[in-house]
Design a protein around this ligand. Structure first.
Ligand SMILES: *[C@@H]1O[C@H](CO)[C@@H](O)[C@H](O)[C@H]1NC(C)=O
Ligand SMILES: *[C@@H]1O[C@H](CO)[C@@H](O)[C@H](O)[C@H]1NC(C)=O
Ligand SMILES: *[C@@H]1O[C@H](CO)[C@@H](O)[C@H](O)[C@H]1NC(C)=O
Length: 362
């Protein structure tokens, strides 16, 4: 190599070095070639802010094939419509616009299952609305018995399914011991692992006590106990779930996602309005990217468990962006007139979860 060549080569390396100081801007292979890789371009799509966008909402909720009476805010008289007019804007990239036809084409013949509590059902209904609005004339076949609701978009043969499970791990009827929450057992996994996409969620039920607690005892191995620290129980169950994924799920065939903790808005102190005790008067999102209360505790437990997985599992990290949407809940605009700052209006901010799911899957 002549001196001139050496210098040129050296300069090339130096330039690459500079460019690659920001690792998300380039990936240099052994030969020093630079690949622009838009997929790897490290845009954290979950960091950003809500911006007003007149083209939203993505669909007319009165035309959805189905919205449960818990989530159909406009039908039950929500007077303000401003909450429908926001789009999630990641800080350093744009989300692709949801396209139901591309989604159905990509997942032709496939089965997508949401597994979890009513928040999973909430997200499932939003996705059904989003797909339906792209292909309004397509017939939907409705099937399934508790705990499964199965909507199949005919023609494409795409099934979008929700499997109701409050804790992911099993609750079984003991012989004389009442209902037992078995922290180390996932029998329903036999059904789940046959799907092509799985979107998990659990949290809402872990702290319930009294008549709302759907179990009487907890079992771990051979040990049966009356109760325990709930956060610890949550962690054990998530760990059981993670081991199940690592040992039983063929992630070449089945894509696995876990949804972040869905936040609630009952404590105005969390968003600097200490006198507020629910979401009834909230009509606009919180400005900016940060939520003053920070992440809820279970988010840290969930993230710790997800780190232990050896198989690829995507984290649908919707917690912070949803914390900013104190205006996204039904409040009393549901069939029961009961204050609900836990679930989300359909249409509404939960549609963004599916825009993000779409981005992860396409
Ligand atoms: C959902 O319905 C489709 C179409 O009938 C069927 O092929 C599929 O097995 C069903 N899936 C579940 C989990 O029930
Ligand atoms: C447990 O018992 C209840 C009440 O008898 C029944 O409704 C439920 O289906 C049973 N569950 C299982 C898993 O056997
Ligand atoms: C939100 O923040 C932006 C930029 O700081 C500002 O221009 C806008 O007025 C704020 N909106 C509200 C409703 O506070």
């Amino acid at each position: 190599m002549g001196a001139e060549m050496r210098i040129i080569s050296w300069i090339r390396v130096a330039i690459l070095g500079v460019i690659c100081l920001s690792p998300w801007l380039c990936l240099a292979n052994a030969e020093g070639q630079v690949h622009q890789n838009p997929k790897k371009l490290s845009c954290n799509r979950y960091e950003g802010s809500w911006v007003r966008d007149e083209s939203y909402p993505l669909y007319d909720s009165s035309k959805c094939p189905r919205i449960d009476k818990e989530f159909d805010c406009l039908k039950y008289g929500r007077p303000d419509h401003e909450y429908l007019k926001y789009r999630w804007q990641p800080r350093s990239c744009d989300l692709p616009r949801f396209d139901g036809k591309s989604f159905l084409t990509k997942f032709k013949g496939k089965k997508i299952m949401f597994i979890g509590d009513s928040v999973s059902r909430n997200q499932w209904q939003s996705l059904i609305c989003m797909i339906h609005s792209s292909v309004p004339n397509l017939r939907i076949l409705e099937q399934g018995v508790e705990p499964i609701t199965n909507y199949t978009f005919q023609g494409y043969d795409v099934s979008v399914i929700v499997f109701h499970s409050t804790h992911l791990v099993d609750i079984v009827n003991g012989t004389k011991n009442g209902r037992i929450l078995k922290l180390d057992s996932i029998q329903n996994g036999e059904i789940w692992k046959e799907m092509d996409v799985l979107v998990f969620n659990t949290w809402l039920w872990w702290y319930r006590t009294g008549p709302k607690q759907p179990w009487d005892y907890i079992q771990i191995g051979n040990k049966i106990i009356k109760d325990m620290d709930r956060m610890e129980a949550f962690k054990i169950a998530l760990t059981t779930w993670a081991k199940w994924v690592d040992t039983k799920v063929d992630t070449q065939k089945t894509k696995v996602l876990f949804q972040g903790i869905s936040p609630q808005h009952y404590h105005g102190a969390d968003w600097n309005e200490p006198q507020v005790t629910n979401c009834a008067k909230e009509t606009v999102p919180i400005n900016g990217s940060t939520y003053s209360a920070g992440l809820p505790r279970p988010s840290y437990v969930l993230q710790d468990v997800l780190k232990t997985l050896t198989k690829p599992v995507k984290f649908l990290d919707i917690t912070t962006l949803s914390q900013l949407r104190k205006d996204g809940h039904p409040s009393s605009h549901n069939a029961f007139r009961a204050m609900d700052c836990t679930h989300w209006c359909v249409a509404g901010s939960i549609d963004t979860w599916n825009e993000l799911l779409y981005t992860e899957l396409m």
